[in-house]
Design a protein. Structure first.
Length: 240
């Protein structure tokens, strides 16, 4: 295992502990103009999520409306149901439906549910997912920002794991906590993103990033802080 990844896993409770966990639940509050821009303003707000920690599967439930979103990578399907169980969207092989899309292309209900499903799953299973079979992680050149020097982990995912794009960068401070992520979502025209972690909460000895601001990224790697397309706030976390 890469030395930086080993340090990060130690900070996050250790690999053996993660191997024996099954589920993380939390309340997710999504904000920012992105959801309205994509044609689904109602995706802003509060959801209760249940994340599987040993496979790529996540369930979002909206208490205010009864809407339930399920994304399951094994079946390669996303479903959206209403409060009475009526099927609002059923999208098999969701990734393939984005072919040719740009950052300005609106999404249907199944597509936006898929995007948030795989994204939130990753945010809550990292860094453990970096140790999974087929995932390659190694340290690259450090990054200095606002006088702080962060160590950088480059992670490449196999096709079996759906995420924003194949290779992403993760920036860690001296304590082994995540401070920033860089990626380019394939489903959104490969828009360059700088995703910042503004706060962590320690849950049963595991630090969980609980406040996230997602910015556009400039060509020189610096963030565009003039606006925040997406915010993600996480609370009421349990891990078992």
């Amino acid at each position: 295992m890469d030395a930086l990844l080993a340090r990060v896993m130690e900070t996050h409770g250790g690999l053996e502990r993660w191997k024996n966990l099954s589920t993380l639940t939390a309340r997710i509050t999504s904000g920012g103009p992105f959801w309205e821009f994509k044609g689904h303003a109602d995706f802003a707000g509060d959801d209760v999520v249940e994340v599987s920690l040993q496979k790529e599967r996540v369930v979002h439930r909206r208490p205010a409306t009864g809407r339930t979103v399920v994304y399951d990578r094994e079946s390669d399907r996303v479903t959206v149901t209403g409060p009475d169980g009526e099927v609002l969207a059923d999208l098999p092989e969701p990734r393939s439906t984005f072919d040719g899309y740009t950052q300005d292309t609106p999404w249907n209900l199944g597509q936006i549910a898929y995007f948030r499903g795989y994204a939130v799953w990753h945010y809550l299973v990292e860094p453990y997912v970096f140790t999974w079979p087929g995932v390659e992680a190694h340290e690259v050149e450090p990054w200095t920002e606002n006088g702080e020097k962060w160590r950088v982990l480059s992670v490449t995912y196999p096709p079996s794991i759906h995420t924003h794009n194949a290779t992403q960068l993760y920036y860690y401070d001296d304590s082994g906590l995540l401070r920033r992520m860089d990626y380019q979502p394939d489903v959104n025209g490969r828009t360059e993103v700088a995703h910042y972690i503004r706060a962590h909460e320690v849950v049963d000895g595991i630090p969980v990033p609980v406040k996230r601001d997602i910015h556009r990224r400039n060509e020189d790697g610096t963030p565009d802080l003039s606006w925040i397309p997406i915010t993600v706030d996480i609370s009421d976390i349990t891990i078992s």
